[in-house]
Design a protein around this ligand. Structure first.
Ligand code: URA
Length: 431
């Protein structure tokens, strides 16, 4: 098959066969098709879309592009994935909660994508922690601790690893078939029986409307079910960042607070809700599941799992015991309220982009990032403010990106005279 013909076919809005998708995606995975042709094809997909059968075929091709994990005799395997948000450190809290609840989490996570953060980048704020585990270590840790997490590797869904990094830098991220196939190829290849999907909707998400979010959720749930998995999706609000912190180290610090039972209300409630979904998918009564999930945050059992997980993957566990060890960028600047009243909006996309320009994300493939920079919300939408009150705090390193970040945050902040209506965090469920 001639690659330029395939690019043209998609450019002209036609449907690919499975053989054509294999030629493109497996050719790229084997380094036989260059970045520039795949970048052009991704943009054609972005503009012309894919049919549901085509999306499902792409997912299966990507899932089969490397090894497929056999979790075989591991008990009650569960996986979780978010479609990407700002301040979304849910996986850092939810996965040890699930392990403490007796489930087995053997999960594959990603790095930051466009303006959204990634679990692997966040965990690399802890010196020594690695996402590069061989299969034997991964399975053994899942068995003994109940939680193991690998990054995009050459072994599991390598096609997604390459496409993900290329999409990140070619403005082809926020596209339903590409997100659905990216997430579900990883979920299928990593083998868990139950999958809980957190589909983000709003300003800081790739899906801006509830309708688009539902479409993405439906596509992923259907792909999973056809492959014999138990899949549940929860649609959650991402107009404003989740919790108070955005930026890698800052988010791990907030996750540690949450694991100690002192987390922000929205983040804690989301983690509890997703844990209930995972337990309910495995047949547990919802009320009982909720009480058990909350208990893991108050009795220290989720924190203990997190510590064991960090140590198991080479990380320095004293960072878990003593959060003052984290390298947080020393430069500080605050954005102040210019009028009295209430915080209306704190646009999550602006916050995510601000973190990126401060150095917390990538503009080129494989670029190093600064884990210590970020943004803290000192107020949340709905909070009262007086003129001159600090609303947002930037953590910067030697002023890098500061002017642009300040501009983004100022433009993304709305102050208003009346208190805005409280928006629900959980918008809908699909299963
Ligand atoms: N998360 C993923 O793993 N892939 C995407 O495309 C978006 C979010």
């Amino acid at each position: 098959l001639h690659i330029p013909d395939l690019i043209q076919k998609k450019r002209d809005g036609h449907e690919h066969s499975r053989a054509e998708l294999e030629a493109l995606v497996l050719g790229y995975t084997r380094n036989e098709v260059p970045d520039y042709q795949v970048a052009a094809w991704l943009m054609a997909v972005y503009l012309k879309g894919m049919t549901p059968p085509e999306t499902a075929a792409l997912t299966l091709v990507m899932a089969a592009s490397g090894d497929q994990m056999n979790l075989g005799d591991l008990p009650r395997t569960v996986d979780k994935h978010s479609t990407g948000g700002v301040g979304d450190k849910t996986s850092l809290i939810l996965t040890p909660m699930l392990a403490a609840l007796g489930l087995t989490v053997a999960k594959m996570s990603g790095r930051g994508l466009a303006h959204t953060g990634g679990t692997i980048d966040k965990l690399e704020s802890i010196p020594g922690w690695t996402s590069e585990l061989d299969e034997a270590h991964f399975l053994e840790q899942a068995r003994t601790i109940g939680l193991a997490l690998v990054g995009q590797s050459k072994d599991l869904a390598p096609a997604d690893g390459k496409l993900y990094a290329l999409r990140d830098v070619t403005a082809t991220v926020d596209c339903l078939p590409l997100i659905a196939s990216s997430i579900m190829s990883k979920k299928l290849a990593s083998g868990a029986h139950t999958v809980v999907l957190d589909v983000k909707v709003g300003a800081g998400a790739f899906m801006k409307t509830l309708e688009d979010g539902r479409g993405l959720a439906r596509a992923m749930v259907d792909i999973g079910k056809h492959s014999g998995r138990q899949v549940r999706a929860v649609l959650t609000d991402m107009d404003a960042p989740l919790g108070f912190m955005a930026g890698n180290s800052l988010e791990v610090l907030e996750a540690l607070d949450t694991l100690r039972g002192h987390g922000p209300h929205d983040l804690t409630e989301l983690c509890v809700s997703l844990a209930v979904e995972a337990l309910a998918a495995q047949g547990e009564d919802e009320q009982q599941a909720e009480a058990r999930a909350r208990a893991t945050l108050s009795d220290g059992s989720a924190l203990a799992k997190f510590r064991a997980f960090i140590e198991g993957q080479g990380g320095d566990p004293t960072y878990v015991d003593d959060p003052s060890l984290f390298d947080v960028a020393p430069g500080r600047e605050e954005i102040l309220a210019t009028s009295s009243g209430f915080v209306g909006k704190i646009d999550a996309l602006s916050v995510g982009r601000a973190v990126l320009v401060l150095g917390g994300g990538r503009e080129r493939k494989g670029e190093a990032i600064d884990h210590g920079v970020g943004v803290e919300l000192l107020r949340k939408p709905g909070d009262a403010v007086q003129t001159g009150d600090p609303v947002l705090r930037l953590y910067h390193r030697d002023g890098r990106g500061l002017d642009v970040a300040r501009g983004l945050l100022t433009a993304g902040l709305t102050l208003q005279a009346t208190q805005p209506a409280q928006e629900a965090l959980i918008l809908d469920r699909v299963n």
